[in-house]
Design a protein. Structure first.
Ligand SMILES: Cc1ncc(COP(=O)(O)O)c(C=O)c1O
Length: 394
């Protein structure tokens, strides 16, 4: 099937930004469905087994593993990256894939390459989760991407204001030719999102604008009712907290693809704005709170994460930010955000000593918006400093 002009514009832009070939990029309705195709094919070709990932993530990043009939196994993260720690990584015998997640958009090439090397030595596929940093990938010393498959998101609360869409890059140098072929065939043949989802994507922004103006006590049940009536497409659906995904893998509708095609030329400007906010947070708060060490001051992070001294302080900071009108987030508290009904189904036993770093970070995390301007970043930083009691440097 020959791709339409908007799809070609998107894959060409993704390829140009990453130094890759447009023919190795495939579009999906949401990144989670790209992950599902990867895990479906993996299970089909290599059989059942484990996928090593992390609890400091969104449930929608783990659902595709369960839907594909594979078993999530969680590794602990490094506090420097909030991504799997290569120094403590021990892979299970039946490992099929390891997910290298660039949490908040922190890309640590060295640690990612070490995780990838451990995965490859065990015969596992290296799946890069670049949902938070579309078009950014971990690279080796020669500049080549380290992953076999790299998954990017244009979805809700990601880097671009597109709200729908995702993309999968399949490394042409991947060793397993049969897996590569099946993946490419499957991704290239996905049906497009149908008229209902297309219509909901078009009204999403207006719906959220209205919901956000309502008191929370009204908005939350209304959002739930609209979701049940299938007239609102939520960021995380109720079934996505129960180990399932509501749809089969799809590519975006023509309208969704056009939004991504229109937004990608503005990505540099978006990244510059986010990087400026990150630099300001780092300057004002870097000495007052714990920041992941691998986050560079000029990274275009999707949110600026930090860790408060303890859980109650994190909650106090979030409350103070809320009272000051700053939309702060608690990605990923609770773990497997926004929390799942049965953690055991997700391969997670709360209190598991092997996930001590992850659980500690989940407890203390706060993240600040990077989509506004530097003045807004300063205001948010001031609120944080008031709570933690550290003086502002200038
Ligand atoms: C780390 C991570 N991976 C994957 C996803 C799924 O992305 P999408 O919303 O495009 O399905 C998310 C969504 O929040 C995420 O946070």
């Amino acid at each position: 099937m020959t791709p339409d002009p908007d799809t070609r514009a998107v894959t060409a832009a993704l390829a140009a930004r990453t130094g890759t070939d447009p023919a190795d990029w495939f579009l999906v309705f949401k990144a989670r469905y790209g992950l599902q195709v990867v895990f479906d094919m993996l299970r089909e070709i290599r059989g059942p087994g484990d996928v090593v990932t992390q609890i400091f993530t969104c449930a929608t990043a783990v659902d595709p593993i369960l839907v594909a009939g594979l078993t999530p196994v969680h590794a602990d993260v490094s506090a420097a990256t909030v991504s799997i720690d290569p120094d403590s990584l021990v892979l299970p015998d039946r490992v099929r894939a390891v997910v290298v997640q660039h949490t908040f958009g922190i890309v640590d090439d060295d640690r990612a390459a070490r995780v990838a090397a451990t995965a490859r030595a065990a015969g596992a596929l290296v799946v890069e989760d670049s949902a938070h940093c579309a078009t950014r990938m971990a690279r080796d010393a020669s500049g080549a991407p380290i992953a076999d498959v790299s998954v990017h998101s244009f979805g809700i609360e990601k880097v671009l204001p597109t709200r729908f869409g995702g993309a999968v890059w399949v490394n042409p140098a991947t060793g397993d030719a049969a897996l590569r072929r099946s993946l490419v065939d499957e991704l290239a043949g996905l049906p497009a999102a149908g008229p209902r989802l297309d219509a909901l994507a078009r009204v999403y922004r207006t719906q959220v604008g209205v919901l956000n103006r309502l008191p929370r006590a009204v908005a939350a049940p209304l959002r739930g009712a609209l979701t049940r009536l299938r007239v609102f497409e939520p960021a995380v659906a109720p079934v996505e907290a129960r180990g399932r995904l509501p749809y089969r893998p799809m590519r975006p509708s023509a309208w969704m693809t056009r939004q991504v095609a229109a937004a990608l030329p503005g990505l540099d400007a978006v990244q510059r704005r986010r990087a400026a906010a990150v630099a300001e947070y780092q300057r004002l708060l870097g000495d007052a709170v714990q920041v992941p060490a691998s986050a560079r001051p000029d990274d275009p992070l999707v949110r600026w994460p930090f860790f408060a001294a303890d859980g109650p302080t994190a909650v106090r900071i979030l409350q103070a930010l809320g009272a000051a009108g700053v939309y702060a987030g608690s990605w990923y508290r609770p773990a497997l955000f926004p929390g799942v009904g049965d953690p055991a189904r997700y391969g997670y036993t709360p209190g598991d000593g092997r996930l001590a770093v992850s659980e500690d970070l989940v407890e203390r995390v706060v993240n600040l918006p990077t989509g506004g301007d530097v003045t807004q970043a300063r205001r948010a930083a001031d609120v944080v400093l008031r709570v933690v009691g550290a003086p502002r440097s200038t």
